[in-house]
Write a protein that binds this ligand. Structure first.
Ligand code: NAI
Ligand code: SOE
Length: 393
């Protein structure tokens, strides 16, 4: 069986998730399209890189991502670094002829994402963007029902992503609060997952009308140690404060090209909400509801349900639903974050081996960035904004 050498850039939170997926993928999907080999992991210091290699099971480590991108033994470059580094690494990897999977959001904005899309298209390499939540079996089941016409023509999509890890004003100013590193706040960090759901399940978004808020305008700085999300940082005892220049929260009305309407909102300041990533979709013949915090379940209600049994009922995902054969043998046994990454890894490596387009890919990452840019512009101008396409379809 073919082996594919992985060069993974970044050994933090997502480094762990992707390394787990490389190890686990062939255990779930057998025969695997190819065996991912954890060849080299890169981080910014020798200590971090060495530790990441030991912890995440990589054969080698490095502090020089350029050398790894140009290493002829590497087949796939996996970008799991903060958002401001994605473009430079991806463009160099494309030029070196490597297949690329990048974490979301693809870039700091649409213009930068377009340079990445241009680079992978010019190089003819395979490319994927890691919107892994659409790999949750219940989300893929919703997609199947929609494609089969089970809820009819879609009227409305209502999506949320609510977390509370930054509601505490003492939660430190990690890179996720800095525009030059993150691009935007809750919008790019978590709102883009909902935008991905909307595009995947309903279709292209044409217009947005949004409001953004920064509830906590300054936060304690940090220089090392480990923060709540496992990011390596030191939090000094007597820290100065620094300005937050991104959104803590946004809400946007949306219009789809196919005539459906809806809303998307995201916040990291909602006490009590942890990974409250949801959608409710209303169609002419039924409705679907999903909440990632109950990720084995899809709530369904159909117009032809008996009149004495109106309301949502729960479908549990399992062997008979999407990805079921590869996963666990009993419905509701429990899908986790790891499984979504394992499926994502499988689908990307399969696209490489079978020479098909990976999905979602940099084109999708770029379209999501166009929508995110339009949301920011709309919030600034207080008006409906058409989603532009920068001349790149
Ligand atoms: P993190 O801060 O935990 O880890 C990033 C790692 O990259 C750190 O170890 C850091 O030292 C390293 N790094 C930074 N610059 C580097 C460089 N130039 N060369 C090599 N290593 C470098 O961040 P996390 O949470 O892993 O996020 C990484 C990316 O993954 C972000 O784009 C984020 O938005 C995305 N993400 C996606 C998730 C999803 O559900 N799909 C979940 C969490 C993060
Ligand atoms: C932090 O808000 C975060 O880790 C995001 O960066 C991820 O994309 C999300 O899936 C989980 O939360």
């Amino acid at each position: 069986m073919k082996k594919m050498n992985i060069g993974m850039i970044g050994g933090g939170f997502m480094g762990k998730a992707h390394a787990l997926a490389y190890a686990g993928m062939p255990m779930f999907f057998w025969p695997a399209p190819a065996i991912p080999n954890r060849h080299t992991v890169v981080d910014v210091t020798e200590e971090l890189a060495k530790d990441a290699a030991a912890r995440l099971g990589f054969e080698n480590y490095s502090t020089d991502w350029r050398a790894v991108v140009n290493d002829p033994d590497i087949d796939i470059i996996d970008i799991v670094t903060p958002n401001n580094t994605h473009a430079e690494i991806a463009i160099a990897a494309a030029k070196a002829g490597k297949h690329i999977i990048s974490e979301k959001p693809l870039a700091l904005g649409a213009e930068e994402a377009k340079t990445m899309l241009d680079a992978v298209r010019a190089a003819g390499v395979k490319h994927a963007v890691a919107f892994n939540y659409r790999r949750t079996p219940a989300v893929a089941l919703a997609k199947k029902y929609i494609e089969e016409g089970r809820i009819g023509k879609i009227l409305n999509f209502r999506g949320t992503y609510l977390q509370d890890w930054s509601a505490d004003p003492n939660s430190p100013l990690s890179w996720r609060f800095q525009k030059k590193i993150a691009g935007s706040g809750a919008l790019g960090d978590i709102g883009t997952h909902v935008v991905d759901f909307a595009r995947y399940l309903v279709g292209e978004i044409s217009d947005v009308n949004a409001v953004t808020k920064t509830w906590i305008p300054e936060r304690p700085t940090q220089t090392g140690g480990v923060d709540k999300l496992g990011t390596v940082r030191n939090i000094d005892a007597d820290v100065p404060k620094a300005v937050v220049d991104v959104d803590d929260e946004f809400i946007s009305m949306i219009k789809f090209e196919n005539g459906a309407i809806g809303s998307i909102e995201a916040t990291r300041n909602a006490w009590g909400r942890n990974n409250f990533l949801t959608f409710e979709i209303h169609g002419e013949k039924g409705s679907l509801y999903f909440n990632y915090e109950r990720r084995d379940e899809l709530q369904v209600s159909f117009s032809d349900d008996p009149s004495d049994a109106k309301g949502f009922r729960t479908v549990y995902t399992g062997p008979a639903t999407p990805y079921g054969e590869a996963l666990w043998p009993i419905p509701a046994l429990g899908i986790g974050y790891g499984e979504t990454k394992i499926i994502e890894t499988h689908d990307f490596i399969q696209a490489i081996v079978e020479d098909t387009e990976a999905s979602p890919n940099f084109q999708d990452g770029y379209r999501v960035e166009l929508i995110a840019d339009a949301i920011l512009e709309s919030a600034e101008k207080g008006a409906w904004i058409k989603v532009n396409d920068l001349g790149q379809k």
